[in-house]
Design a protein around this ligand. Structure first.
Ligand code: PLP
Length: 417
C-alpha cells in the first residue's frame, strides 16, 4: 500500500483518506449524516481485505481441519495453521505450539482461570489483579475463588488512572500464584507499565497474564521481550472477525496445565478407561475451531503489517493528543483517565448530563460513541460516577471527525443549558 500523500500528513507518511477506502462501512450514512465511528475500543471495522479473504475461504476452501486427507481439508488445515504462524510472528512467540485459538479475550482468560487455576491454585493461594480490570479479568478469578477458596488482591489506581505501584512488591508472598493485569485500560486509556510489573512478579517467581485486548492493535507486542507468561487478545478488536481470539502461553506452563474442554482434536487416544491428550496447541482446542475466524484474523494482521504498527501507533497518538487538547478546552467536560501514558481512548463526563443522553444526541449527528460502565464497574465506583462517554480512535479516523465530535459535544451542552 502506498501511504505517500499530502492529504493528512501527521509527521509521518500516512494517507488516512486512502486507508479509509479499504473500509466499506465508513461510507455508511447514519441518520443522513456520514458515519463517524469512534467506538473502536468496543470493536473495530473490517477492511475489504479481511472481508474478501473470508469470502474466498467459503467459496474455495471450506472444509474441516486436521481430520481429512482430501484436498479441501488439506487446504483449510494449511490456511488455519498459516494463521497460527502469522500470529506467532506478529507477537514474536517462540513457537506456534504457544498460540492457542479461542473465541476471544474473555474465553482466553476463562481458559487460564480454569486450567492454570485448577492445576496450580489451591486454598488460600493468591491472585493479583488491578482496580481497572475489565469484568472479564475479574469474574473468572472470582469463580475460581469460590471453587478453590483462593484470595484476590487488587492493585489500586490514583485519580489520574495510574496504577499505584509503590506497595506492589509488598503484596507478594509465598502463596501468590499469578498476576493478571490489563495492558491498556478500556475505560481510562491508561497504558500500564507491564514490563516493570512482569519483572517484579518474576522476581517472586510469579507468572503474569497480560490482557492485551486494548493494546494489540495500537502497540508492537513482543511477548519474548516482555517476558509475559500469557498474553490474550480478541480478533475483532484488531480489524479481524468476531468469535476468534488468541491465547499465547509459555510452552512449559501450557504443558503442565490441564485441558480446558474435552472433545475432538484435543486427544491422542480415547478408551473408556483412559484418555491421553494431544500435543500443544491442540490440547486446548477441543472441537471444530473457528476456521474462518482464524483465516480472517490472519488477513487482518497481514493488512496491519502492510501499514506498519509503528505508523499506526504514531498516527493514533496524534489523534489522541489532538482530541485531548480540543476536548479539554470545553469547560463543562471532565476527562476520566488522565494517566501519563494513554492509548487512543478518551472517557469523559459532562456536568449534569447523563452519558446516555450525550450518546443519543451524538448518534443523531452520525457519531458512534460508547456510553456506560464499559464492563469496568469498579472504575466507575472509584470516580463515583455511573457511567462515562467514551471516544476511542483508530488509524482510519481523522482530525475532521474529531472536530465534528467537538461540535457535537457543544451541541449537547446547548441542548441541556
Ligand atoms: N479486556 C479488555 C481490556 C477489553 O476492553 C475487553 C473488551 O472490551 C475484553 C477484555 C473482553 O474482550 P472480548 O469481549 O472480545 O472477549
Amino acid at each position: 500500500m502506498n501511504l505517500q500523500s499530502n492529504s493528512e500528513k501527521v509527521g509521518i507518511s500516512f494517507d488516512v483518506h486512502k486507508i479509509r477506502e479499504d473500509f466499506p462501512i465508513l461510507k455508511t450514512k447514519v441518520r443522513g449524516k456520514p458515519l463517524v465511528y469512534f467506538d473502536n475500543a468496543a470493536t473495530t471495522q473490517k477492511p475489504r481485505q479481511v472481508i474478501e479473504r473470508i469470502k474466498k475461504y467459503y467459496e474455495e476452501e471450506n472444509s474441516n481441519v486436521h481430520r481429512g486427507v482430501h484436498f479441501l481439508s488439506e487446504v483449510a488445515t494449511r490456511e488455519y495453521e498459516a494463521a497460527r504462524e502469522t500470529i506467532r510472528k506478529f507477537i514474536n512467540a517462540e513457537s506456534t505450539e504457544e498460540i492457542i485459538f479461542t473465541k476471544g479475550t474473555t474465553e482466553a482468560i476463562n481458559l487460564i482461570a480454569n486450567s492454570f487455576g485448577k492445576t496450580f491454585i489451591n486454598e488460600n493461594d493468591e491472585i493479583i489483579i488491578s482496580e481497572m480490570e475489565h469484568h472479564s479479568n475479574i469474574v473468572p478469578w472470582q469463580l475460581l475463588r469460590e471453587e478453590r477458596k483462593a484470595i484476590i488482591n487488587v492493585i489500586p489506581f490514583d485519580d489520574n488512572g495510574d496504577l499505584i505501584l509503590d506497595d506492589f512488591e509488598k503484596i507478594f508472598n509465598e502463596r501468590t500464584k499469578l498476576v493478571s493485569i490489563v495492558h491498556v485500560s478500556n475505560s481510562l486509556g491508561t497504558v500500564n507499565p507491564i514490563k516493570k510489573i512482569i519483572e517484579i512478579a518474576h522476581s517472586f517467581a510469579v507468572p503474569v497474564l497480560i490482557d492485551g485486548a486494548q493494546s494489540i492493535m495500537h502497540n508492537k507486542i513482543d511477548v519474548q521481550d516482555l517476558g509475559c507468561d500469557f498474553f490474550v487478545f480478541s480478533g475483532h478488536k484488531i480489524y479481524g472477525p468476531t468469535g476468534i481470539g488468541v491465547l499465547y502461553g509459555k510452552r512449559d506452563l501450557l504443558e503442565q496445565m490441564k485441558p480446558y474442554q474435552g472433545g475432538g482434536d484435543m486427544i491422542r487416544s480415547v478408551t473408556f478407561q483412559k484418555t491421553t491428550y494431544n500435543d500443544l496447541p491442540y490440547k486446548f482446542e477441543a472441537g471444530t475451531p473457528n476456521i474462518e475466524g482464524a483465516i480472517g484474523l490472519m488477513a487482518s494482521i497481514e493488512y496491519l503489517n502492510g501499514i506498519g504498527i509503528d505508523q499506526i501507533a504514531s498516527y493514533e497518538n496524534e489523534l489522541l493528543n489532538y482530541a485531548t487538547e480540543k476536548i479539554s478546552q470545553i469547560p463543562q467536560v471532565k476527562i476520566i483517565g488522565t494517566a501519563k501514558e494513554k492509548g487512543p481512548i478518551i472517557s469523559f463526563v459532562l456536568e449534569n448530563i447523563h452519558p446516555h443522553d450525550i450518546g443519543t444526541i451524538l448518534d443523531y449527528e452520525g457519531i458512534a460513541l460508547r456510553t456506560g460502565h464499559h464492563c469496568t464497574q469498579p472504575v466507575m465506583e472509584h470516580f463515583k460516577i455511573p457511567a462515562t462517554t467514551r471516544a476511542s480512535f483508530s488509524f482510519y479516523n481523522t482530525k475532521e471527525e474529531i472536530d465534528l465530535l467537538i461540535q457535537g459535544i457543544q451541541k449537547v451542552i446547548k441542548v441541556f443549558s
